[in-house]
Design a protein around this ligand. Structure first.
Ligand SMILES: [Zn+2]
Ligand SMILES: [Zn+2]
Length: 334
């Protein structure tokens, strides 16, 4: 399907270059065809059997057009679960063919703003985009109930406007918003096909902060959430097929701190000084992967953002891990 999308883009570029004079005539037909093909894309269903991990947003609070805020999708048996909802991530979902309307359940690692900035948009997509007749379940650590209650209030007017405009058959009032579920470490979801175990991450003073172990069809992925590499992982993480670890490059953040100080922005410099103590380095992530005997370690939530291959190489250094990118799909199956 990725091939099909890039083919459409390729055709459009080609047509634009070769038939520049005919463009006004061709544009409507080309647009119509591209839209029809785009609408028929269902990447969630197309992925087929196995456990699929979709890196939707691999960024963090620092802006970068190539990396939106943190969000990871897990697809199992044509069902889409998401972990965190950072800013821009719901739009990225649409761009890469995993629309927010298809999300069945959301899990939050913690309540730092960069992990929840996209929640309102996700709730809206689940309801108005997906036509849900029940609210989106959002599981997260203590405090998630306040976040959801606040968003429900913030979106109350929008709900009324949309019902008035489109009608209850299109946007069922019963499907508006979300329902919060406060979870603690242990098994937090198990439907016989997908099992999710939450564990405590090391992200003080953020407490509690969670990471997750997700298992489906004999395959396991570990999501560290935001954490130092000293985190103690549950036994189920051992031998996992994929460790998806957050990462912060201390030297690069040090450069940002020095630049902030040099330009007289001591407040920003202090923030850059503070943040390395509750994240893990690329090397720390790789070592964590080795400690649990993970088959593959991929980095996400990159701080600072690495907008091109050169920056990615600088970010990674000699750590034995891979850099994740927005839109990357990792399929785990035999
Ligand atoms: Zn974060
Ligand atoms: Zn955080």
């Amino acid at each position: 399907m990725k091939f099909r999308i890039s083919l459409i883009l390729g055709i459009l570029v080609l047509m634009g270059g070769a038939f520049i004079g005919l463009r006004p005539m061709l544009a409507p037909a080309l647009f119509e065809r591209a839209v029809a093909q785009r609408m028929s894309v269902d990447r969630v269903a197309d992925l087929g059997p196995g456990l699929h991990v979709v890196l939707i947003g691999t960024g963090a609070p620092l802006p970068d057009p190539s990396r939106v805020g943190p969000m990871t999708g897990v697809v199992a048996d044509g069902r889409l679960f998401i972990f965190d909802a950072g800013g821009g991530a719901v739009r990225r979902m649409g761009e890469i063919g995993f629309p927010g309307g298809q999300v069945e359940r959301a899990f939050l690692t913690h309540l730092h703003s960069d992990h929840i900035d996209g929640l309102g948009e996700l709730m809206l997509q689940h309801w108005a985009g997906g036509g849900a007749d029940a609210p989106l379940p959002i599981a997260g650590p203590d405090g998630v109930e306040d976040v959801v209650a606040g968003l429900m209030q913030a979106y109350a007017r929008d709900r009324d406007f949309r019902i008035a405009h489109h009608g209850e058959a299109v946007v069922p009032p019963s499907g508006f918003g979300a329902v919060a579920e406060v979870i603690t470490p242990g098994v937090v979801y198990d439907d016989g096909s997908v099992r999710v175990i939450a564990f405590l991450a090391e992200h003080a003073p953020v407490s509690p902060a969670l990471g997750y172990v997700v298992t489906h069809a004999g395959k396991t992925v570990v999501l560290t959430g935001d954490s130092t590499a000293n985190v103690s992982l549950p036994p189920e993480a051992r031998g996992s097929d994929l460790l998806l670890a957050e990462a912060l490059n201390v030297d690069m953040v040090g450069t940002l701190e020095a630049a902030a100080r040099a330009t007289g922005n001591d407040r920003l410099a202090k923030i850059f000084f503070d943040i390395p103590d509750y994240h893990m380095t690329p090397k720390g992530a790789a070592e964590l992967g080795q400690r649990i005997d993970a088959k593959r370690t991929v980095l996400t939530h990159l701080v600072p953002a690495a907008p091109n291959r050169m920056a990615e190489r600088l970010f990674l250094g000699d750590a034995d891990a891979e850099i994740g990118r927005d839109g990357m799909v990792i399929t785990l199956r035999d």
